[in-house]
Design a protein around this ligand. Structure first.
Ligand code: DX5
Ligand code: ZN
Length: 216
């Protein structure tokens, strides 16, 4: 079954705890947490203390998407703060193999994210050691952007790697997903759908999640 991972980047931060509790009640499968450093991406969001303090609001798994340079410096802190999956960007780490082993040694699931223009072939040797691959379908940094169409082909390419090298691999797609295109994204092979603006639109979390599921 396809999982929905709402991105709290689109939440109202003045009542973040409440927003997370509603996501839980309204049927979210994971909480997607976008951490941005203002260097790898042109925006700053939040860091470890926020993750730690929202941990008490839900038992849903925390899917922590690190859009930061040299992520290995921070993975231990995010693991301690309650991350269940840690995603690092291919483009942000020169020692990815080492970082992934490190994340696993902390008892946390591993994922690598690819920016839209990064080739899927880069993952070939890593796929057997990964729990998830994150295909970015917008240029990371901001919510509410438009889905980049050529990313659908990349999803199919990752599905091919999955079929060949790691049947348990989860494929997550992040950026510009709405009730209109979610069906296609899933048809191409996505197992986990990140959605920010589509979930929080008009403050109607429950209806929005239902509409996404109908779209599938
Ligand atoms: C983009 C983030 C996404 C984003 C998704 O840098 O990684 O998680 O917030 O938001 P929407 O669904 O609005 O594109
Ligand atoms: Zn994200």
């Amino acid at each position: 079954m396809v999982k929905i991972a709402p991105s709290i980047l689109s939440a109202d931060f003045s009542k973040l705890g409440e927003e997370i509790r509603s996501l839980d009640r309204c049927g979210a499968d994971l909480i997607h947490i976008d951490v941005m450093d203002g260097s790898f991406v042109p925006n700053i969001s939040f860091g470890v203390p926020i993750v730690q303090s929202i941990r008490k609001c839900t038992r849903l798994p925390f899917d922590v998407h690190l859009m930061i340079r040299e992520p290995s410096r921070y993975v231990e802190s995010f693991a301690k703060a309650g991350a269940d999956i840690i995603t690092v960007h291919f483009e942000a780490d020169s020692h990815l193999d080492r970082t992934l082993n490190y994340i696993r040694s902390l008892g946390v699931k591993t994922a690598v994210a690819l920016n839209p223009a990064t080739l899927v072939d880069n993952l070939k040797y890593l796929v057997p050691y990964l729990d998830m691959v994150l295909i970015m379908s917008v240029n990371p940094g901001f919510g509410g952007q438009k889905y980049i169409d050529y990313c659908s082909r990349k999803i199919r390419e990752v599905r091919d790697l999955k079929d060949r090298y790691n049947k348990n691999l989860m494929i997550e797609v992040d950026g510009g997903i709405s009730k209109y295109n979610i069906g296609n994204v899933v048809k191409n092979g996505a197992d986990v759908i990140v959605a920010g603006s589509a979930v929080f639109k008009n403050g109607r979390i429950k209806d929005n999640i239902e509409m996404l599921r109908e779209g599938i």
